[in-house]
Design a protein around this ligand. Sequence first.
Ligand SMILES: *Cc1c(COP(=O)(O)O)cnc(C)c1O
Length: 401
Amino acid sequence: MIWYPYEQMKTMKAPYKIVNAKGVYLYTDQQKRLIDSISSWWSVIHGYNHTELNHAIEAQLKSFAHVMLGGLTHQAVEDLSDKLQSWLPGDLDYCFFSDSGSVAVEVGLKMALQYYMNQGQTQRTMVLALEQAYHGDTFKAMEIGDDEDYHFVLKAYGKSRYVIHIPTEIQALEKAFEKYHQNLNCFIVEPLLQCAGGMRMYDIAFLKRARELCDQYGVLLIFDEVATGFGRTGKRFVSDFVLPDILVLGKALTGGYMGHAATIANHKVYEGFYDENPAHAFMHGPTFMGNALACSVALKSIDLFEKQHYLSKISNIEAITRREMEGFSDPRIKEVRIMGACVCIEVYDAHTIKGYQQFAYEKGVFSRPFLNYMYAMVPYVIKEEELVKVLTTMKEWFITS
Ligand SMILES: *Cc1c(COP(=O)(O)O)cnc(C)c1O
């Protein structure tokens, strides 16, 4: 029996069963064709069953699917690491691979803590994070997150004294640095767009100020771009505009084909581990890190992203979305937010969008609203008429319900 994610199993409705998928479409066992408006948790940026991505995996599979990175290496992981090193901004050059975004976040947090422990700065045990943050479901990721799904943890342990949460306001940021800088090892953020926290968008001025303060007080800046990376905000990476010390990538890294992630450190962080002392080594190693199939498909995914001008596809998606949403309003709607290839309609009352998933299904769109948020994060290969259909379906719900 499958235990499904984020569900009360006693009351959950049966999931749609997918028997095939191609491009932006999911095909169900009920002969229903659905546009996937959320790209399988924001990861399937090239659409499903992509010929070139399939081929990259098939070609690797002819040699081997996986070898461990402990004491071994292989061409696909070397090529992906080289590609990321040259493709990513600044001196983000050292790639630590892992199997999921949550683990990659844990790796980043562990790096930041140990970076200071290696220097004997044992007082730097605290992390600064954002209100409404989401960084994954593992334990430290839950602790730095601010997600009401995990309030049972607060009940069990009380509020963590190792994490400070602030809103995305410069004044709060400055105050937090002033007060806690001696004890902070890092500030971790989802830059510009907090996705699972409700598609919250904020200004880049906040990140620029964060960079300055991190430099001033010697605190590491971590960007969790697991969701925002690979163009979702309209920028290739937010890191192209404000450079973090550690960058975390996941989700779309493999074009949504399989779980893989990377924690990428700059020279300063790497050098904090690089010496004669074995106790200063970074002790971490997920079994499937650098999986050859994942690395092959990730390389091909990046290749498509570059060669097929995905940033212009994304800006086109944003322009169509703005055009379609222009002038749309309803008294039950608190705000319509658009950034890059992400659109969110926030309602005052969660009940307003209850039943929307089934409504969208009947119209041929797969959607998964949560709490007060109805949103779309489409595959970048979507055609104009398909995107218009997704947006029209969202609007129709308010007109007809
Ligand atoms: C999804 C997500 C994660 C967790 O990634 P998993 O692969 O699900 O473990 C971490 N951070 C952000 C910002 C995410 O959106």
